[in-house]
Ligand binder design. Structure first.
Ligand SMILES: [Fe+2]
Length: 328
């Protein structure tokens, strides 16, 4: 079957066209347009305007690239949550309109579960502990008894927001992650900073505040090294305990922060020590993009999941572990 998936949880409106040839995720097109802000912070009203303006051109590009017409599409899926209300709503309106106009089935799917299933489809892993690290989200996830359980998560900001927020104060531009990552490998001396793991959960805002207060007082590279060292070691600690608890043998790293060489290195070492294996999908697939709802839409539809237009209301706070997983 061929699915058209619409992603609009935050800064990006993206539409992908995917088919499932022989159960494999076959990417026909994956087009997007993103809001980029130097000052930081996303204004919901501006996201709505941006996504409204770019939805149709992005769709046209996707159809053209995939060499299909709307009539050839078998399913329209979209990210129903979690995310920023006006951004989500714009994608949902586009999805409903297409489903009604072309008389196609409609399915709203969870964004975080989309990261998990797409990551599994694009790598060889089968039953991983998922380290999902992005601007807004930081979750350690694993499948257990009919749900994707959240073993640990951030209690305040996502690790990506930690890096971007700190990077703004250092005037590193956006996104700050790649610059900080380079500095991490140049830093030599550890600067004392908070390390906050509470049970299996994480908190990053205290670390951010403490690091910002040290700007100008220590060498920039040492500060970047120490910030990334603590943030990523916190993530690796919780991921390791999730592996130990579940006896799983795979880590799947996804989300925008998956680009970090420092984080990959740290998780790679941890996996090596435990006899586990680290999987990272191709970077564009780690970011927010239409492949997430497109592939999860196919997987869920084939497992018998259906949704009416009336049921397709977005849910800004929809949790990973609220989704009944009837396809694993
Ligand atoms: Fe995401």
């Amino acid at each position: 079957m061929i699915c058209c998936g619409i992603e609009s949880t935050a800064h990006t409106i993206s539409i992908a066209i995917v088919s499932d040839d022989g159960g494999k995720c076959n990417i026909l097109a994956n087009e997007k347009h993103s809001v980029v802000t130097e000052e930081g912070g996303l204004i919901p009203r501006e996201l709505r305007e941006h996504h409204q303006e770019h939805a149709v051109p992005v769709l046209k590009n996707a159809l053209e690239k995939a060499k299909v017409k709307m009539e050839d599409i078998d399913l329209i899926s979209f990210s129903i949550g979690p995310g920023i209300g006006p951004a989500l709503e714009t994608g949902a309106v586009v999805a409903r309109t297409l489903a009604l106009k072309y008389n196609k089935p409609l399915l709203g799917v969870n964004h975080c579960v989309g990261h998990v299933e797409l990551g599994k489809a694009l790598t060889d892993c089968t039953d991983p502990i998922v380290v999902y690290v992005s601007g807004a989200n930081t979750q350690i996830i694993g499948y257990e008894k009919g749900k994707y359980r959240v073993y640990g998560e951030t209690l305040d900001i996502g690790v990506g927001n930690l890096l971007d927020g700190f990077g703004r104060k250092m005037s590193l531009g956006f996104p700050a992650g790649p610059v900080l990552d380079k500095m991490y490998f140049e830093g030599k001396k550890y600067v004392e900073l908070p390390y906050t793991v509470k049970g299996m959960d994480l908190a990053f805002s205290g670390l951010q505040t403490a690091a910002v207060l040290k700007i100008g007082k220590v060498k920039e590279e040492d500060l970047a090294y120490s910030l990334l060292h603590n943030a990523f070691a916190m993530v690796a600690e919780v991921a390791e305990r999730a592996l130990a608890h579940t006896e799983k043998k795979e880590i799947l790293l996804t989300g925008g922060v998956a680009a970090s060489k420092a984080l990959r290195e740290m998780l790679g070492k941890m996996c090596e020590d435990r006899g586990a294996k680290l999987f990272v999908p191709e970077f564009q697939a780690c970011l927010d993009n239409g492949l997430l709802p497109a592939w999860l839409g196919i997987v869920m539809y084939k497992a018998g999941n259906r949704m009416t237009v009336e049921e397709s209301q977005v849910d800004q706070r929809q949790r990973t572990d609220s989704v009944e997983v009837n396809w694993v």
